[in-house]
Design a protein around this ligand. Structure first.
Ligand code: GLC
Length: 663
């Protein structure tokens, strides 16, 4: 260790435990290098002195990265953002956010990954490895159970132990395998104690159970009583807190905390400083290559949800209307600390399509309805002019979205703005071939208009390359391969929480482990588009399932996927495990592995995945540990959570002394 905490005075030690300012650690009277932290998950978000945001590559938001189901792309995403961090002097990137998407109303779903803890954890782990491979640190956040923006500073998330471990902690448990340099605690209380003061969460679980050796930092302003946070082993209070030193000194004098407590946290800060100093920062992409990476990820993360009559890809020799304000001004990402300011000139979709398909005719119509205004009668009159144009076309590409997804507040509805719903239905009256592009950050209830349109492409908040990726998919240059990482319900009322937001004091997570597809499965609720769903221009056949036992609870699952179409493509296959008989209530099935493979036209690929103890385990509140019950389990291989193609059964037989008595 280069820095010995014994060379620091008590004042210097305590000063080290809170920021020097909004973004840097203390220098302890110039003795130490300051660590510079900066947002955010979708690209570097660093503020200038005047409050403006530095320019950086606007990457696809993490919701789109998750829809790639491709760990290599998540790694590439992290690497690329690290390049911008290095260019601008950031040592630690305050990302990724892995909070589970418990409700589609959450304002920050765009910057989170999934409703499924395994997918969220695996993709975050790859992202962290990507960022840190370039010598930049990360901050895995927000630990934990921060699943809404409303009341986020005060409302307790009341969560039972199983749901906590199986759903809300699981992404952190998996992602800490990548050894993030920091973990950020959330604002909210968990089971009645602020996350920043919750020793059971920070020390007993994150550090002792998960084996986390790095630094724990507060969310900005999440520390209420500094000495209580310190006692819970929260190492670094951000941003600078002027009351911190006195509060800790008084607590030390009163015996509420010890020098051992202080030194433990000081050592973690010194370790971070040394990690930063020893890190070899390496830029490996030019600005152009960073944009190319953004495009590659966007193309891999867009999801084709509907394609009736195979209207997509677009055909040569046809006439198309490209309509909608967003076709020229797409939403690259959501608002708040995850906002990224790019200087990349996003091309209008219509121009890109003209370049991609010179043998077809594309006309742009701004259509007077703005993204978020209820069209007045004048608008609709003027719009009628556009509808008459629409009627003369072979198809209409309608670009719609929701500009209101942001940190600090939640969505009030999961439907598109009424103006957009009316626009879609009006245009569909004049042309039966409507293709909708959805520029949104989270699930949308499309029931009002989905039957009026022929195709829906979820472009998402796909960053600065959004229109290039959309044009590549629409023109057929790229075959869509993304799949949903969250369920799209038929309506908000079908979700567990509906429009419930809690009372500002406590939100009881009475859904337990039944979150996302686990909820819809348990209650037999139909959905619009299921978790793991996404169409391709190819068709894939699954067969020849083989399951080999490799240990007590270790199996190798292999199966063939054949591309039975004439178009090269990529397929995401998903492995779900079902506990046929259990002494505790369990979800019908749970995602336990997945694979994305490129499969050429006519090609058959043999896919092999491994299932270990984790794949069969639930969290036992008796043993306060993960536990597998002996007995039969089904292994399901699916193209989505609702499209199970192959099934097999295994009999898990662990040593009997580890089993409780069976009835
Ligand atoms: C914000 C966010 C957190 C962000 C931090 C710094 O309140 O909750 O995600 O990294 O403050 O901007």
């Amino acid at each position: 260790m280069k820095y010995d905490l014994n060379n620091l005075t008590l004042e210097e030690k305590i000063e080290l435990l809170t920021g020097a300012d909004n973004w840097r650690t203390s220098s302890s009277n110039g003795k130490l290098r300051q660590v510079f932290m900066s947002d955010g998950p979708n690209g570097l978000r660093m503020q200038n002195a005047d409050g403006s945001t530095k320019k950086a590559t606007a990457m696809p938001n993490l919701s789109v990265v998750a829809q790639t189901w491709d760990e290599e792309l998540a790694y590439l995403d992290g690497e690329t953002i690290a390049n911008d961090c290095i260019d601008n002097g950031a040592d630690v990137l305050l990302a990724p956010g892995v909070n589970v998407k418990r409700t589609p109303l959450n304002g920050r779903n765009f910057e989170y990954l999934s409703e499924d803890p395994y997918l969220a954890g695996v993709m975050a782990r790859a992202y962290i490895r990507g960022v840190q491979s370039k010598g930049v640190g990360t901050s895995l956040k927000h630990y934990c159970a921060n699943n809404r923006e409303v009341y986020r500073f005060t409302q307790t998330s009341e969560v039972d132990e199983r749901a906590l471990h199986e759903i809300y902690l699981k992404p952190f448990e998996i992602a800490t395998q990548a050894e993030p340099w920091t973990v950020m605690c959330s604002y909210n209380p968990v089971n009645g104690v602020y996350a920043s003061e919750n020793r059971k969460l920070l020390k007993d679980t994150l550090r002792d159970k998960f084996g986390y050796k790095g630094l724990i930092v507060s969310d900005w302003g999440a520390v209420h009583e500094p000495y209580k946070s310190l006692r819970a082993t929260l190492d670094l209070c951000m941003p600078h807190n002027g009351d911190y030193a006195q509060n800790v000194k008084t607590a030390l004098e009163n015996g509420y905390i010890s020098m051992k407590d202080i030194d433990f946290c000081v050592q973690n800060v010194l370790n971070l400083i040394e990690t930063v100093e020893n890190a070899e920062k390496t830029v490996n992409y030019t600005k152009e290559e960073r944009h190319a990476n953004a495009l590659k990820i966007a193309e891999g993360g867009m999801v084709l949800l509907k394609n009736e009559d195979e209207i997509l890809p677009l055909k040569d020799g046809k006439k198309y209307l490209v309509a909608g304000y967003l076709a020229k001004n797409p939403l690259l990402g959501g608002g708040g600390s995850a906002f990224v300011q790019t200087d990349y000139p996003v091309s209008p979709l219509c121009d890109l399509l003209k370049d991609a398909m010179p043998d077809s005719d594309f006309e742009f119509s701004s259509v007077p309805v703005q993204a978020w205004e209820m069209p007045n009668e004048l608008d609709l009159q003027r719009a009628k002019y556009n509808y008459l144009i629409a009627r003369e076309k072979d198809a209409v590409i309608l670009y719609v979205g929701d500009p209101n997804e942001s940190e600090c507040y939640d969505r009030s509805s999961i439907r598109l703005h009424p103006g957009y719903e009316r626009l879609i239905k009006e245009v569909a009256r004049y042309n039966e071939n409507v293709i909708v592009l959805l520029n949104v950050g989270s699930a949308v209830d499309m029931s009002e208009w989905i039957d009026d349109v022929k195709a829906v492409l979820l472009v998402g908040y796909a960053g600065e390359a959004i229109n290039e990726a959309a044009a590549a998919i629409l023109s057929g240059k790229t075959n869509p391969s993304g799949k949903l990482a969250e369920t799209f319900p038929l309506c908000l009322e079908d979700t567990y929480t509906g429009d419930e937001v809690g009372d500002g004091f406590v939100e009881w997570y009475s859904d337990g482990v039944f979150v996302g597809y686990r909820h819809y499965d348990r209650y037999g609720i139909d959905v619009l588009f299921p978790f793991g769903y996404g169409l391709s221009y190819s068709k894939f056949k699954y067969d020849n399932l083989k399951i080999e036992k490799k240990g007590d609870a270790e199996y190798e699952v292999s199966y063939d996927i054949t591309n039975v179409s004439d178009t090269d493509g990529a397929e995401v296959s998903q492995i779900y495990v079902k506990d046929i008989f259990s002494m505790v209530v369990r979800p019908e099935k749970e995602l336990r592995a997945f694979n994305k493979s490129v499969i050429k036209a006519g090609e058959t690929k043999r896919i092999t995945v491994k299932l270990g103890y984790d794949a069969f385990a639930y969290y036992s509140t008796v043993y306060d540990a993960w536990h597998v019950e002996n007995g039969p389990f089904e292994i399901w291989v699916g193209a989505s959570s609702a499209d199970i193609r192959l099934k097999g059964t295994v009999e898990v037989e662990l040593p009997d002394d580890g089993q409780q008595s069976q009835i």
